[in-house]
Design a binder for this molecule. Structure first.
Ligand SMILES: [Zn+2]
Length: 285
């Protein structure tokens, strides 16, 4: 702050002074905690923990109007040499070659919506030393380099409890605490493990289970969540659903055939669910 602006501030009414100080205090930690910073003129940002989450769960955002940036968060290439059943099935040398293939298929799928992605060099859970080897500060530092500004952040809701998804959600909640609008999205295929809840689509549970309760079991650490049924249900029209299905078909190395076929069935690829978080609760968890 310049000396002259300080002088102007000192002559301001007390209420304005208090408000200005609060805004300055709120802005200060954001500058030191990494990005992205809130900028209403910037693109929206989709946090995609892996090389498929944005397409599977946020197709309506990717295919919609407006500027959208995608960040694949846990997108470091693993070391060469290790291989497992997926590599054996696909005839690939190792998990590094499979990861390179996954980056390419994700790029093809995103291109169907006219989008590209940043791949952050953070290891996914199976390639790091435990769930806490990477934390929110590391994610935010890496994000700040790729995407310094955003007008809105879409983040995974953590339904299914995947460690990487929950960490991306924590990162988004820390941004929410600094004034960034944040919308959580229900992750496919995890969120349809038991079918859609009846308020989303007719393809609900056939065994009498409670899908709302299943989803809520993963959302206890998100005090900023509105009531579950206040979520925005986006139903893709026939053209958008067909385009999304084509994009899902790109993920031969990311998704097994059974998962791709399950997503193609019924309404599983034609609905998406999102919640706008309410700022104000403690983003400590
Ligand atoms: Zn994922």
């Amino acid at each position: 702050m310049t000396p002259s602006s300080k002088r102007r501030l000192s002559r301001a009414p007390a209420s304005l002074l208090r408000r200005s100080r609060r805004l300055l205090e709120r802005a200060a930690p954001a500058a030191s905690a990494g990005g992205p910073q809130f900028d209403p003129q910037a693109a929206a940002l989709v946090l995609s923990p892996h090389w498929d989450d944005a397409v599977l769960s946020c197709w309506s955002v990717l295919a919609g109007a407006g500027e959208v940036t995608v960040a694949n968060v846990f997108a470091a290439l693993p070391a060469a040499g290790a291989s497992g059943p997926w590599e054996a099935f696909a005839g690939l040398r190792d998990s590094r070659e499979r990861a390179q293939g996954r980056i390419e298929e994700d790029a093809r799928a995103l291109a169907l919506a006219g989008r590209t992605a940043y791949n952050l060099a953070l290891p996914a859970i199976q390639h790091r030393d435990g769930p806490d080897a990477v934390g929110v500060p590391a994610v935010r530092r890496m994000l700040a380099d790729a995407v310094p500004r955003a007008s809105l952040v879409y983040a995974p809701a953590g339904i299914g409890g995947h460690v990487d998804h929950v960490l991306a959600r924590r990162c988004a909640r820390s941004l929410l605490g600094e004034g960034m609008p944040v919308t959580l999205y229900a992750e496919l295929p995890y969120c349809v493990t038991h079918g859609w809840p009846a308020w989303v689509a007719a393809e609900g549970p056939h065994d009498g289970g409670d899908v709302d309760a299943y989803w809520e079991a993963f959302l206890g650490d998100v005090p900023e969540m509105p009531p579950l049924r206040e979520g925005r249900v986006v139903r893709l029209d026939a053209g958008a659903a067909a385009a999304k299905l084509e994009a899902i078909g790109c993920y031969e190395l990311s998704l097994g055939m059974a998962t791709r076929e399950m997503l193609a069935a019924g309404a599983f690829h034609t609905a998406e669910v999102m919640w706008e978080l309410t700022p104000g609760a403690d983003p400590g968890s």
